[in-house]
Design a binder for this molecule. Structure first.
Ligand SMILES: Nc1ncnc2c1ncn2[C@@H]1O[C@H](COP(=O)(O)OP(=O)(O)O)[C@@H](O)[C@H]1O
Ligand SMILES: C[C@@](O)(CCOP(=O)(O)O)CC(=O)O
Ligand SMILES: [Mg+2]
Length: 356
């Protein structure tokens, strides 16, 4: 009969969750160093990991198994010998055609980080099975990529060394390395927001949290705001493509600096009406960047009519919009009624996520 240690090794199962995010101001411009304001939200990715039977040293077949339920994809990575492991750690994930690249890259970069930072000198890459599921709709501007990546990093680092407690900023650093590797051009916004929780300001690709001098008045104002998240329509392009396209837009500097000016005005913004107005102004600049769609514009119009302002959130090209709600319940009901009339995909109440 197996002893307790053997039993634990065999069935050791770890579960983790991570939030997703909205960008209140500054998407795309933030990739070029302009400021952005983001907030972690309570729509989560869940994951679980367990060791697979680690057959004897001479065993010729060892695998990492990944089950990505939302993508309907199952993947197997061969780690049977040193050469297979080396190949995996040197893998160019952008050669993978399927959408599994974020999670595969997260596993690869976590293992590399642990090896390079000597957190676990004799790190043994054990066969394991990882399962992910997200309540955040995938690829629609709510940072599902960052959320799936962070959940994977938490699980893999814990499984490979259960005494190792990577800090939130270490995990954010690994998560950012993944988004950068896949997007090419990427800011730290999504990965740091889901890792740190709360409200963040990003400037020059560095972050300021609300306990690190982020403008108090602004944080207080945002905390009194009620946002609605509207999943307007499916996005047919990934963030990576949209970011490249915007990067080649000849008007981008002019538009980004106007987005920067909106964020400066935010610092002296006194009330929700002004805040909502600035959101709509930010949206109009994203429209000029050609990343909005007719249906998102319709939702933004409804958001400005029945709420206090609205904009698309994330990379655009479809996906989600956020609306700042009027405090009057009747206006909210009118808004929801009109959103349903134009057949939006889903409506979420927006709750801020704070890291305990
Ligand atoms: N639940 C998930 N499980 C596995 N991979 C996911 C999940 N959610 C997102 N991803 C990965 O992230 C990609 C979408 O990322 P991206 O285009 O940046 O959209 P988003 O705006 O949601 O971050 C998916 O194609 C997939 O590779
Ligand atoms: C467009 C961008 O500013 C945010 C992308 O967010 P999402 O992947 O669409 O959730 C890109 C980035 O900051 O790296
Ligand atoms: Mg993303």
């Amino acid at each position: 009969m197996e002893n307790f240690q053997e039993f634990q090794n065999k069935y050791f199962k770890i579960s983790e969750t991570s939030p997703s995010k909205i960008i209140l101001f500054g998407e795309h411009a933030v990739v070029d160093g302009y400021p952005a304001i983001s907030m972690a939200i309570d729509l989560k990715t869940f994951g679980t990991i367990k060791k697979l039977d680690d057959c004897s040293e001479n065993c010729s077949e060892k695998y990492i198994k990944i089950d990505l339920q939302d993508l309907n994809e199952k993947i197997v990575i061969d780690i049977s010998n040193d050469e297979e492991i080396r190949n995996f750690l040197n893998l160019d994930v952008n050669n993978i055609v399927k959408n599994v690249k974020y999670v595969v890259c997260a596993i690869k970069n976590t293992i590399k980080y642990m090896i390079n930072n000597n957190k676990n000198k004799d790190i043994k890459i054990l066969p394991f099975e990882l399962i992910l599921h997200s309540e955040t709709p995938v690829s629609c501007g709510l940072g599902s990529s960052a959320s799936a990546v962070l959940t994977t990093i938490k699980l893999v680092s814990k499984l490979l060394n259960k005494n190792l407690n990577l800090s939130n900023s270490e995990m954010a650093e690994i998560a950012y390395s993944v988004e950068k590797e896949i997007q090419g051009r990427a800011s730290i916004t999504d990965t740091y927001t889901v890792s740190m929780g709360g409200i963040l300001e990003i400037i020059n690709n560095e972050y300021i949290t609300d306990d690190l001098n982020l403008n108090d008045n602004l944080v207080e104002l945002i905390q009194t705001c009620n946002f609605l998240i509207v999943y307007v329509e499916e996005r047919n392009r990934k963030t990576a493509e949209l970011v490249q396209e915007v990067g080649n837009n000849p008007k981008k500097e002019e538009i980004f600096s106007k987005i920067g000016e909106i964020i400066s005005k935010l610092k002296t913004c006194k009330n929700k009406s002004e805040f909502g107005n600035l959101m709509t102004q930010n949206h109009n600049l994203l429209k000029d960047l050609n990343i909005s769609t007719q249906k998102i514009d319709e939702v933004v119009e409804l958001g400005s009519k029945y709420g206090l302002g609205a904009k698309l959130t994330g990379a655009g090209g479809g996906g989600c919009a956020i609306i700042l709600l009027d405090d009057e319940e009747l206006r909210k009901q009118e808004l929801i009624y009109n959103l349903k009339k134009i057949d939006v995909m889903e409506i979420f109440e927006c709750k801020m996520y704070l890291n305990k």
